[in-house]
Ligand binder design. Structure first.
Ligand code: FE
Ligand code: FE
Ligand code: ZN
Length: 276
């Protein structure tokens, strides 16, 4: 069984997310911990979480992959933006403890012209302030397309962040197929080579999840525009290799494709069928 799901709205709480995942044929999913464009988080109802945890346990399903809001930028040049990032990050990590042992994925940030070295230091600083020994969540750095001044445009930048984090055992990486393709990694013709490079630079043991998206743009375009699976420049054949690759096939795969529910259900079924 492929571990696969899509993004699901968190508006109605955890039990509703679980039920929606089942409806789509998913066995994992991603959700925004709060409005993706920022803002406050909804109150967590312990009974609602409990029902979700029961459902997941009964089904034998494994980890879910929460996503931080896009507006969270721990390496901004403005202190108020960095403070919002720290406070949101810390609060999200506390909330994640209602569902222990899962993943919290975030975009490293944009250095807005300060340079990636300063960006990397500021991101690590935020992580060192927010990560606590007693937390059970694994925080995932997402590989980025390298749009604008995004940090995480290559594997080296992610390693540089990881090296500065004190509680490195709490950290992992989420590889977004659209983003690495747009960043210039040829996962279509040289998947083994890209994974070897990831292994040498970061270590494949750090790779915890895959965002599975096709890309509207050619390799190296640094654009970050997602396409449906098989409808972009990565193409269905490459995705069949990716989901079946011996070093990836046990990981959770999250769709962030431009779709409605029927579209996601169809993509999940299609990829499940292509899995062996
Ligand atoms: Fe993302
Ligand atoms: Fe992504
Ligand atoms: Zn993206």
């Amino acid at each position: 069984m492929l571990r696969i799901g899509s993004h699901i709205s968190s508006a109605k709480g955890y039990e509703a997310m679980g039920n929606q995942a089942l409806k789509l044929g998913a066995n994992t999913f991603a959700f925004f911990t709060r409005n993706p464009r920022g803002g406050s988080a909804k109150e967590i109802r312990p009974k609602d979480v409990e029902k979700f945890l029961c459902l997941w346990k009964e089904k034998g399903y494994q980890k879910i992959v929460a996503h931080a809001p896009y507006t969270l930028n721990g390496c901004s040049d403005r202190e108020e933006v960095r403070r919002f990032a720290r406070e949101t990050f810390a609060s999200d990590l506390e909330r994640m403890e209602y569902t222990p042992g899962n993943y919290y994925n975030f975009h490293p940030g944009s250095h807005v012209g300060q340079g990636s070295e300063i960006g990397i230091s500021l991101i690590a600083e935020m992580l060192n302030l927010c990560l606590k020994k007693e937390m059970t969540t694994t925080v995932l750095l997402e590989t980025m397309a390298g749009k604008g001044s995004e940090v995480g445009r290559n594997f080296e930048e992610l390693r540089a962040i990881l090296e500065k984090v004190d509680l490195e055992e709490k950290m992992g990486v989420c590889l977004d197929t659209c983003h690495v393709w747009d960043a210039g990694y040829d996962i279509v013709h040289n998947l083994d080579g890209v994974l070897n490079e990831f292994d040498q630079v970061i270590g494949l043991s750090r790779l915890k999840a895959i965002h599975i998206n096709d890309s509207l743009n050619p390799m190296g375009s640094h654009k970050d525009r997602h396409a449906r699976i098989g409808e972009g420049m990565i193409g269905l054949e490459a995705f069949e290799q990716i989901i079946n690759h011996p070093r990836l096939k046990e990981l959770p795969f999250i769709l962030e494709t431009p779709n409605d529910d029927a579209g996601w259900a169809a993509e999940i079924a299609m990829l499940q069928k292509a899995y062996h």
